[in-house]
Design a protein around this ligand. Structure first.
Ligand code: CA
Ligand code: CA
Ligand code: CA
Ligand code: CA
Length: 248
């Protein structure tokens, strides 16, 4: 009798297993392991050959790099007709990019107030006047030979209004140059600063500085500015304009 009961239990157990098998579905899994989705990069690097100050060349340049403490302009004791110029070249390593240049942070300091400044109509405790008394000329030196040849695009020609506001295009959808590409070995930009106004010789393209417009109001004043090269991807972004750039 006991034996029969045990057998009955076994029968029940087997039936349960069979029931479980009937709700399963055939299945199979194929796995493609280690798929690679790598985000592309827009990485601009900047090199410089060096600078000239009133015609004297100093080889304080650097190899193509991500800028850290490299300065485009460093001038102490700026005086009327002083002319400082630095050659830089821009590169992208992997993807085409639009490129803009701008100076969103401009700091004009009055520092001390001299008698000459007051005589010129400067007001104590006001902002400094250096930015409105220097001129920055930036051009794309297409050939690249250090002078401004006919047809070379001028990117910035006035510091106070243009350079301190919107970003200016080196290459964006408005200037017809197309994007900066890894296949372009030299994208030379000339950055020139003059105590007064720049003068471009229409025949030779030589760039000189006329110190006449520089006012005594700028004596002892100082100017600090961040100069920013901004790059943005070209692909799927055909209508990019530098004037729309807003830094985070
Ligand atoms: Ca001053
Ligand atoms: Ca002032
Ligand atoms: Ca040139
Ligand atoms: Ca001043």
């Amino acid at each position: 009798m006991k034996k029969i009961i045990i057998s009955g239990s076994l029968v029940v157990a087997v039936a349960a297993l069979v029931t479980g098998a009937t709700v399963a579905f055939f299945n199979d899994t194929e796995t493609s392991t280690g798929n690679i989705f790598t985000a592309g990069s827009i990485d601009i690097t900047v090199d410089s050959f060096g600078h000239t100050y009133n015609g004297q060349f100093t080889s304080d340049g650097w190899e193509p790099t991500n800028l850290t403490n490299q300065k485009f302009f460093t001038l102490q004791d700026l005086k009327p007709a002083d002319l400082y110029r630095r050659s830089i070249s821009l590169h992208v390593e992997s993807n085409d990019a639009w490129v803009c240049i701008g100076a969103p942070n401009l700091d004009d300091q009055e520092n001390v107030m001299t008698e000459a400044e007051e005589d010129a109509g400067d007001v104590p405790l006001s902002d400094g006047e250096l930015s409105e008394n220097v001129d920055v000329l930036i051009w794309r030196d297409t050939n690249p030979n250090g002078v401004h040849n006919l047809g070379e695009p001028i990117l910035v020609d006035e510091f106070f209004d243009v350079f301190a506001g919107d970003f200016s295009p080196v290459r964006d959808s408005t200037n017809g140059l197309g994007p900066l590409s890894p296949t372009i070995p030299i994208e030379m930009i000339q950055l020139s600063l003059c105590g007064g106004n720049h003068v471009i010789n229409g025949v030779t393209g030589a760039v000189t500085c006329d110190g006449t417009p520089m006012s005594n109001k700028a004596q002892t004043d100082s100017l600090l500015a961040d100069l920013i090269i901004y790059g943005e991807q070209y692909r799927n972004n055909p209508n990019f304009e530098c004037e729309d750039v807003v830094l985070p």
